[in-house]
Design a protein around this ligand. Sequence first.
Ligand code: ATP
Ligand code: MG
Length: 447
Amino acid sequence: MTDGSISEKTLVARVYPRSEHPVSRSNISKNATKVLYRLKDAGYQAHLVGGGVRDLMMGIKPKDFDVATDASPEQVKSLFRNSRLVGRRFRLAHVLFGRDVIEVATFRADHSSGQGGEAEDSGRILRDNVYGDLKDDVLRRDFTVNALYYNIADFSIIDYVGAMDDLKSNTLRLIGDPEKRFTEDPVRTLRAARFAAKLNFSIHPETEKYLVEHAYMLEEIPPARLFEEALKLLHTGHATASFGQLIKYDLLQYLFPLSDKRLKDGEQQYERFIKQALTNTDKRIHANQSVNPAFLFAVFLWPMVWRRAESLQSDGVSVYPALQQAADEIVAHQLYHTAIPKRFAVPMREIWMMQPRLLNNKGPRALKLLESPRFRAAYDFFCLRAESGESKLKPLSKWWTEIQEKNPQERVNRVRKDSYGEQPRRKRRRRNRRPRQGGGNEINGNV
Ligand code: ATP
Ligand code: MG
């Protein structure tokens, strides 16, 4: 055990009564409160724990509410008809209220202290289902500020690890021996970056030292889990700050190795492109606008895709097949590191494939493009390219912005004017053609 860390031997609880902390029931969701009371009334311990307590302590609106109890997952299940048991690595109960899910976890002990736990030779935890008491549960959590327990029985907050002091000094500190804790779950390195960003905390020097030393272990983490973490880093309203932390601790290479290499090569235009996309994403999330992970993944991989497509084109492959092949190659490489589920990979590729189409704003095709379900994302992406350095795209991005502001007839007129000058196209064409049966307006006929 090294200085500054927290061991079982030094574990003494400080209990903060309701009068000494700001967490109020009125700020806890109705559903979470219901779950807490139902457990308590059935004779179990029931605590709000994790990010919910931490965020309420800091005056932030929690993303979700997690509950910890001494009831087993099966006992929780029998208490709530609206619940189901999930997880293998962590077995827990989800209590469902429509779309709102309250996660109820049974107090757990160190995975090595009994049956139900399993670790690799390297020390990485594979299964973590050894049950214990509240004190045990504290020790298996990651950071001190994530290990405060709000007890519904008397509204007090229980702090075994000096979390209140760390909250006061804005410090993120791993519980226990940092070397062991990063080894048993290297994803905690990414979580450290995320919480430092979200909370604007400094990472405790000892935690920081071992974070840097153990980051390489992220290479062993399954790509699907890295995708989940990437999503939390980039899609919870603090992507810009998270990106800063990923760069600071050299963690980006484990999520987006190709992007990391380009950034390290000093590609400033690419860096601007990414940063602008992250700023826009944060803004949209804070304004409660929808965001799709496909967009940011498209951003991170784009320069590699585009450059590879250009090189294929110079070998004689035409535009779209070149782009398809480049996308296949870059995505295949990426999937070894961070998985991208199909539901995001498909729209991501559509955004890329629409980029050359946006270069053509002439004729009926332009109007058709506007109707595409992926147009808006591809257009945003195109504008981002224009703003972050590809200034030759600016006139076209302006054109696509203006055309969207028009009603359908105005759109037709504008395209007709910009494509064929003032003279309507059909008049010129008709001279060379036999009239169609019933006549036909080629421009209007295609929209
Ligand atoms: P937020 O919901 O704001 O992202 P959170 O702290 O609630 O933050 P979750 O991922 O929801 O984070 O996890 C809930 C709690 O479970 C954490 O606060 C922490 O106590 C514990 N926890 C989650 N992941 C780990 C992990 N990899 N190692 C140890 N403890 C963890
Ligand atoms: Mg949470």
